[in-house]
Design a protein around this ligand. Structure first.
Ligand SMILES: Nc1ncnc2c1ncn2[C@@H]1O[C@H](COP(=O)(O)OP(=O)(O)O)[C@@H](O)[C@H]1O
Length: 327
């Protein structure tokens, strides 16, 4: 049978998550269930770059889904060295950087906003507000990508004296009564209320809503990139965004969203929300990927679908765009 699907993609992009590079020996996650390959994570990034450079349709840009370097660097006073080493590898590509918890272990929000990890395109700097790192870009007519700030309401990256910090602390303490706020409370979805997660402010949600109103009107296809997953079926609840329900309500009310890409849960995850046609993909983390494997993807975008070709731990997937409109 002849495959009627068009064979030439409109464009392609690369995806990689949770590199967490540090020039230190292997270690483990907090539960000691998964090994962490701090030093070789940069080799796996090189594998990804090599593969992307040889792809039939080379990625026009890369989504780097956050946690570029590990928090251990801070303790070793090696944050600048580590981030320079990883950014040097990425200098040959147009990378869109998402910020994760490890960005804030290493750097202040002010430093990040002034750094190369701020990939906001010229001209869209002030859209959400000077202290929120969120923007959108269109790499091809009819397609928009939105980078979201999952630590907009958070303890991480906010000055203890700031109203934002106090607001986040009040929210977290309402659900988490532990002395150590990284220790999860209760069971199920409540576990998300830990200090290494965060959430969206009303301001960012309303900005997202307005961007999606415009993309709906233009009948565009939107992919959202964020460090924290927002669908409970796409992640361990420990890694879920605090106000995931609020952001789900926003994206469900817009017909243009086709895919939500996140990192943070190094085991990865995937859920297709049949009601909305939105694919929620959580990418396997490079940091917990053995040196003889890989964790990256190239996504080829066609008129009717995106084809994700995974490497190593990342599975292949096809995301067909919904035909009907949501309202
Ligand atoms: N169950 C827990 N109790 C107390 N602290 C925890 C727990 N889980 C994680 N942490 C701490 O929270 C921080 C972030 O956890 P970690 O697993 O390293 O995050 P990531 O997966 O983003 O690397 C670390 O300082 C870790 O020690």
């Amino acid at each position: 049978m002849v495959d009627a699907r068009p064979q030439q993609p409109l464009f392609a992009f690369g995806v990689i998550a949770d590199i967490q590079y540090a020039d230190i020996d292997d270690g483990y996650n907090f539960q000691r269930t998964n090994r962490r390959y701090y030093r070789s994570s940069i080799e796996l990034l090189r594998n990804a770059l090599d593969s992307w450079s040889k792809a039939a349709v080379r990625p026009g840009f890369i989504l780097q889904l956050g946690d570029l370097i590990d928090g251990h660097n801070k303790l070793l006073a090696a944050s600048d060295r580590a981030v320079d080493a990883v950014l040097k590898e990425l200098c040959s590509v147009d990378a869109h950087h998402v910020w994760g918890n490890h960005e804030f272990y290493n750097f202040s929000r002010d430093w990040l906003l002034r750094s190369k990890l701020n990939s906001t395109p010229q001209g869209s700097q002030k859209e959400v507000g000077s202290n929120v790192y969120a923007y959108h870009f269109s790499p091809y007519p009819g397609f928009t990508f939105i980078v979201l700030d999952a630590y907009d309401v958070a303890l991480l990256g906010r000055e203890e004296s700031s109203p934002g910090y106090r607001e986040a602390l009040t929210l977290l303490r309402r659900f988490n009564k532990n002395d150590n706020l990284n220790c999860p409370p209760g069971v199920g979805l409540l576990q998300r209320f830990v200090m290494f997660n965060g959430g969206f402010s009303k301001k960012q949600l309303s900005w997202l809503d307005s961007v999606l109103t415009s993309t709906d009107e233009r009948h565009e296809k939107v992919t959202i990139a964020c460090h924290l997953p927002v669908h409970p079926n796409s992640t361990d609840p420990l890694c879920l965004l605090w106000n995931f329900d609020e952001v789900l309500a926003v994206i469900r009310s817009h017909s243009s969203v086709v895919c939500f890409m996140a990192g943070h849960d190094h085991d990865g995850g995937y859920y297709f929300d049949e009601d909305t046609g939105i694919h929620h993909v959580t990418f396997e983390g490079v940091i917990e990927t053995p040196p003889d494997s890989n964790a990256f993807a190239i996504v080829s975008v066609y008129e009717d679908r995106m084809e994700l070709k995974g490497s190593g731990r990342v599975a292949d997937r096809v995301f067909f765009f919904p035909q009907s409109c949501r309202s």
